[in-house]
Ligand binder design. Sequence first.
Ligand code: PEP
Ligand code: MG
Length: 537
Amino acid sequence: MDKYTGKALYKGIAIGKVLFYKKDNGDIKKSAVDDINGELARYEKAKEMSINQLRELHKKAVKEVGETGAAVFEVHAMMLQDEDYNDSIRNIIIGQKANAEFAVATAGNNFAKMFAGMEDAYFKARSVDMEDISDRVISNLTGRSFEITLESEPVIIVASEITPSETVRMDKNKVAAFVTHHGSSNSHTAVFARTLGIPAIIGVNVKEEWDGKNAVVDGYTGTLFINPDEDLIKHMSLKQDKDASDRHILNEYIGQDTVTKRGRKVRLYNNIGNISDIDSAIANDAEGIGLFRSEFVYLESSRFPTEDEQFRIYKKICERMGGRKVIIRTLDIGADKKVGYFNLKDEENPAMGYRAIRICLKEPEIFKVQLRALFRAACYGNLSIMYPMITSVNEILEIRKLIDEVKTELKKEGISYRVPGQGIMVETPASALISDELAEYADFFNIGTNDLTQYALAASYQNEKIDDFYNPHHKAIFRMIQMVINNAHKRGKWVGICGELASDPSVTKRLVRMGIDELSVAPVMTLKIRKIIRGME
Ligand code: PEP
Ligand code: MG
């Protein structure tokens, strides 16, 4: 039995097999092959596998996001069968006596470049699709899993690093735990682990040779055990049972109101990243959705999601939540959430760069599609929207202009819509400091303590070296929260927190005493936070 320690992100125990996830870094070597026919057959087999996987993915996506959203997988299957693409691969295998991986990578690259150089936006977007399908075939050739979820039993995902877009692709029901070398405890992958209640450890010097081995993750101490012995497994199973029974005890808070003993109400909402997380929100008795990170609709797509695709997703969320409040945060792409088809340039300082509302205001044609979808979906539930990364009143005035345009267009086209309530995310020190002025322009404030902390303390949440400097409990953060609450209440507006601080039980009482009106927490934390609030005077 070997033991490795790192930093724990989510407390919990996982027992299972390791799946070592290695990103295809595109570094495919050319090697000479003698058996050309054998190599051609290898390619055909990998292609068939890819097409079958795409069919399965299509079925899964239809259930999750409907026909239109799932169509991308059909497009991928069609592209894989394209004659020019296939001829090009075969020609490289035959003409250069090259291995199939090299042929697919080379042909895929050439086609991707060709699409990228096209004027038409539709064809330009096919460039990313081309890379996607080639990656899939290559991973089938090399036997490395492209989808991280092929196992039927939940696995312990071990990787050097996992990006938010990779996390999104995983079937979370099949992930027992995450163990990575890189990543900080405040990164979005960490947020995912906490949202889903998946034990996770970072900072472990991971090894590929662990793939397929039995392991135990102890998320309480940040320890990974490879080839655990019987005694340890027994001990950890008992701990797992204790966790399950603690969760069971919390279940008595289902159906109860989130009020203090004196009857002060705090709204207890949930943060979610996609539609499938709603099940968890409902199971944990969330009173609403306080933050739907809409950028994941974009991250899960290989091209710009259309208005109809977005409309269906937003409508479904509203419908699933019944009359309960749903707050959808408008597109917050950029920084650590990158999407290929946005063609965002690499920046020296992306967290302080071209991201979120800045992209939406500079590229209104993208933003207006989302606003139209949101306004249409607002007819189907208790929807509000909020804007990320606001730093000035001027930005709100610019948003208002676009809203007027969207309203006029929808009216002219005879399409039903409703303008939802609009909130401002306070996640820059600037917006906290001018919250007295901003309060006039917002129906509510939602404090994004993740970004607010990194900007106020000049400590990026993605830099693992400065984890200790990134301190959401810093006095400066609490002073800003108090300032925002006071300024909002003076104007009769409510204030919530949707950053990770809201899910931190050690500060719940303090935040409630400060006058916070709403907390939007990870689904697994809902009942624990409710218990704390109900226990307050
Ligand atoms: C935040 O910054 O606290 C927030 C909720 O937004 P993000 O999605 O950037 O974590
Ligand atoms: Mg933020």
